[in-house]
Design a protein around this ligand. Structure first.
Ligand code: SF4
Ligand code: SF4
Length: 465
């Protein structure tokens, strides 16, 4: 066995006693590395900047759990909108299932925060302070010295500053960016709860991104566990082509010609999860594409075509025709469309004020003169905006008169109220059938918008015999 050969009976990141071997993947250059860096920094910038973007005077994305209010790109939601979350989660989960079925673990390699932050920031900082992967390995194995203490302390200080920054950005989605900035300028004792939560997130990030790293993907990530169910022979994955690569250098049987793999172990050296992709698709592979770039560089040097390791499917490797459009793909697409249509339908039905007119529990009508009646109603109102609103009520028919002393009324953000009103009408309206339908208009005025809601109410009165 080569000294680079990974053990078959355990993970490459574990020693024979089961103790972790801290991975120091070799830096890699190449096509995918370049575009991954662009994508990672675009995602990090988006995450950091988003809490500071305002739409309609309010934070674009805010998840205010204590007040049970949520803002999402100009839309405001409250706890009673939870059914919408079902469509959102179902749409998100099904989209992920679809993406996995077709493109494999593209999420893990290109967009998962675990990969993005570790690869774009934490490992970069480590390289700047401790040097290349070989220097880092030597430093880890070396006894404690002034240099080692200095470098390790500097690295963890940098991790603390970066983690605190990320933790504050994360908390800004829940507390509000401006509110958090104000709190940050106060003494921790004035906002103990928020301070402790941010401190805890900072410590968690330092532990996870600074030390735990890809172990999370290998042993803890639930998505990693279910991907083998979602993927099949036609799903795209990072694969090694044994038809081209084997027999690899050093293992060529007599009479056979060596394949393209020169057994340089570069693909193993760059792998952050410590696997050998030449052993086939493995659950530990997060499809980060580092081994593709590493092998392409080697192929260029030995003047062989690139792509010995590439994005491809297991089916294609075994010579089967590529089949992307399968019944499963169509089922996923239909379910994704259904979930998002449901979500957009419910969003489109939302009004600035949730409104429901109900008849009160008492006698259905009251005779107030020889030919005049009244009906008593109440209206459940809930302000669904982050701004105060003014609600007024108007009759749209000359046949009725509204007696609504509680209107116009003002509602604070998220406030609910149940004002009552009476409808006065001449008894001839209901004499024929005992009922008469008539519209009532509610005007809603807020800082940013004015709207109207028309509600049909049913008047009741005695039938003339
Ligand atoms: S980098 Fe390419 S050539 Fe080198 S061992 Fe891996 S597959 Fe073989
Ligand atoms: S095998 Fe390749 S793609 Fe998979 S995690 Fe390792 S380096 Fe990344």
């Amino acid at each position: 066995m080569s000294r680079h050969e990974l053990p078959k009976e355990r993970l490459g990141t574990l020693d024979p006693k089961g103790k972790r071997i801290f991975p120091h993947p070799m830096a890699v250059r190449g096509f995918f590395r370049k575009y991954r860096t662009y994508v990672y920094w675009a995602l990090i910038a988006f995450f950091m900047v988003l809490p500071w973007i305002k739409i309609g005077g309010h934070q674009a994305v805010l998840i205010d759990i204590p007040n049970r209010q949520f803002a999402f790109f100009g839309l405001t939601f409250w706890a009673h909108d939870i059914p919408l979350i079902f469509f959102l989660l179902a749409g998100g989960a099904l989209t992920l299932a679809l993406v996995t079925a077709v493109w494999g673990r593209v999420w893990c390699g290109w967009a998962c925060p675990q990969t993005v932050f570790i690869d774009a920031i934490y490992r970069k900082v480590e390289t700047w302070i401790e040097g290349s992967h070989t220097k880092r390995m030597k430093l880890d194995q070396a006894p404690w010295s002034k240099e080692k203490i200095f470098k390790k302390s500097l690295k963890w200080l940098a991790y603390f500053i970066i983690s605190a920054h990320i933790a504050h950005s994360f908390a800004a989605y829940f507390v509000g960016a401006e509110e958090l900035l104000k709190m940050s300028l106060m003494a921790p004792t004035e906002n103990w709860t928020t301070f402790l939560i941010v401190f805890f997130i900072t410590a968690l990030l330092m532990f996870d991104f600074g030390w735990f790293r890809e172990q999370f993907c290998v042993i803890m990530c639930p998505y990693g566990r279910i991907q083998s169910v979602l993927m099949d022979d036609d799903s795209l994955a990072v694969v090694y082509d044994p038809n081209r690569g084997e027999p690899r250098k050093g293992y060529v049987p007599e009479g056979e010609t060596q394949g393209d793999c020169i057994n340089c172990f570069k693909c193993v050296a760059v792998c952050p999860t410590g696997i050998d992709i030449r052993r086939g698709i493995q659950m530990e592979c997060i499809a980060c594409t580092a081994c593709i770039d590493a092998c392409d560089e080697v192929m260029e040097k030995v003047k062989k075509p690139k792509g010995l390791i590439r994005y491809d499917s297991e089916g294609a490797l075994s010579g089967k025709p590529k089949k992307v459009w399968k019944p499963r793909t169509f089922i996923y697409i239909s379910l994704v469309i259904l979930s998002f249509v449901g979500l957009f339908y419910f969003i489109s039905q939302r009004t600035d004020v949730h409104l429901q007119v109900l008849r009160t529990y008492e006698e259905p009508y009251k005779k107030i003169s020889d030919n005049e009646l009244t009906n008593h109603f109440k209206v459940r109102l809930k302000n669904q905006l982050f701004d105060p609103v003014k609600v007024s009520i108007e009759s749209t028919s000359k046949d009725i008169e509204l007696i609504a002393p509680m209107f116009p009324l003002e509602l604070d953000p998220g406030e609910d109220s149940t004002p009552h009103f009476f409808v006065k009408f001449k008894d001839h309206l209901t004499q024929e059938s005992g009922k008469h339908l008539t519209p009532v208009k509610f005007k809603i005025i807020s800082k940013n918008s004015d709207s109207e809601i028309s509600e049909q109410i049913s008047l009741v009165g005695p039938i003339k015999k």
